[in-house]
Design a binder for this molecule. Structure first.
Ligand code: GAL
Length: 447
């Protein structure tokens, strides 16, 4: 009897201690809280384990405000709310595609010791060079291990999230950058087929121009969309091996392939909407949706946008790899990280657990216009475009996106953007080539 009583006392003390531990939060590793009254139950690999998110708030920082991307984010919030109803989500967004405004705001906050609980960051150089090497992040390897995720993600994805033996963020998706989207009705009305090479592109563009339709929609009020178009043109002009070599210094920025890509880009600019410098990427996509423009070259978040305005993939809009890039997939991945000093760390760990789960990714990606970063996504939830992207990601050559953080450091991307800002208006091929060569040297990659 006394023994049994003592057992209760010990268990109660343990329980109180574990509650205190949860309340103190701060120094905890991202592990499941010990449950003294029951033996630990093994969690299913595909199910998020519960971090002790019991109340308070969760501030998530991103730039997802446009159609498709905002809906995708909300779908993950809904899952989080269902699991942790007492945690108030603060949706800290800064509008501007590709983080064109958000990244500067984030940098200021991080420098002044005011991190959000978790923030959107591209896998690859953007994550590692900007945040991990600067000592601003906590590793999330233990979250991967606890949830049995290590073999759920492609090795190549884990590799670009890793540094010094640790994983540093949780990827939510894979996006494709090199896609040409087109208005099916405009193409059918003009008896056209989507172009697969730049020769075909210019032939189609001339016909569209003659018919009074803007051939290519561009919205470069943030210069990143010109970079985005340029990376597709670089790949289409030189192929995957030379393109990859641009980012490790083995392809000469001063060589004939880059010159030819710049010449093609300058020519493409003769076929874009006149007000391109005033529009955003989604406003450019809207031109295609309305039939005022026939095509746009944009990442597959444009697919999320088209669907958010109720267009049907394969019916209202079609897609092909951007000219000259069939068989190659320019990839990028959005991920969320755990900044050091996150004010609501436990809630952030619970967020990351939702982000990395099958449930989270299968809710987010069909709306976002991306495919899950996990390999076990439920294919039946994805539309005809996304299923084709899933297949291409498995079979194509994969190369990294410059514009979206995978190929090069932020400093290099900024220098490249500065060159593009001038090039878009002066179309001076020689000056742009010189500027891009210098950007590679300044990044410490080219000699
Ligand atoms: C990219 C990001 C995408 C999408 C796009 C436009 O950088 O990876 O998820 O948000 O910007 O905002």
């Amino acid at each position: 009897m006394f023994k049994k009583y003592m057992w209760y006392v010990v268990m109660a003390a343990l329980l109180v201690a574990s509650i205190l531990l949860v309340a103190c939060g701060g120094a905890q590793a991202p592990t499941v809280t010990p449950q003294p009254t029951k033996p630990p139950v093994a969690t299913k690999a595909s199910q998020p384990t519960a971090a002790p998110a019991t109340g308070g708030k969760l501030e998530i920082f991103s730039w997802w405000t446009a159609g498709g991307e905002a809906e995708g984010l909300n779908a993950m919030y809904k899952i989080y709310n269902g699991k942790y109803p007492n945690v108030k989500i603060v949706n800290a967004t800064v509008a501007g595609g590709a983080g064109s405004n958000a990244k500067a705001v984030l940098a200021t906050r991080m420098q002044s010791g005011d991190p959000p609980d978790s923030f959107q960051v591209h896998a690859g150089h953007e994550l590692i060079d900007s945040w991990v090497k600067a000592g601003k992040m906590e590793p999330v390897t233990s979250i991967f291990k606890e949830n049995g995720w290590l073999d759920r993600y492609p090795k190549g994805v884990i590799d670009i999230l890793s540094y010094k033996g640790e994983i540093w963020s949780v990827p939510v998706n894979i996006h494709r950058s090199n896609v040409l989207w087109y208005n099916k009705k405009v193409f059918a009305d003009n008896g056209l087929k989507p172009p697969t090479t730049f020769d075909e592109f210019f032939a189609v563009a001339d016909k569209l121009k003659a018919a009074g339709v803007t051939p290519l929609a561009l919205g470069d009020n943030g210069i990143w969309t010109a970079n985005h178009l340029m990376e597709s043109v670089l790949l289409g002009s030189m192929g995957p091996e030379k393109y990859k070599g641009l980012w490790d210094g083995s392809t000469d920025w001063n060589g004939p392939e880059v010159k030819s890509a710049l010449t093609t880009f300058a020519k493409v600019m003769n076929y874009v909407n006149e007000d391109h410098a005033a529009l955003s990427w989604d406003q450019a996509a809207q031109l295609v949706a309305d039939g005022d423009a026939a095509m746009t070259i944009m990442g597959d978040w444009a697919e999320g946008y088209f669907k958010s305005i109720k267009l049907k993939p394969g019916v209202d809009f079609g897609w092909v790899p951007s000219p000259g890039t069939a068989g190659t997939f320019i990839m990028l991945s959005d991920s969320f990280g755990l900044p050091k000093g996150a004010p609501d760390r436990d809630n952030a760990i619970a967020w990351l657990t939702v982000c990395g789960s099958k449930e989270g990714q299968d809710a987010f990606n069909p709306l976002k216009g991306s495919i899950p970063a996990r390999m076990d996504g439920d294919r039946s939830l994805y539309d005809v475009y996304l299923q084709s992207a899933m297949d291409d990601f498995k079979t194509n050559k994969i190369v990294p996106s410059l514009t979206h953080g995978a190929a090069a450091s932020e400093g290099w991307v900024t220098a490249f953007s500065d060159v593009m800002t001038l090039f878009v208006s002066d179309k001076d091929v020689a000056a742009a080539q010189q500027g891009m060569t210098k950007a590679c040297v300044d990044a410490g990659v080219c000699k």
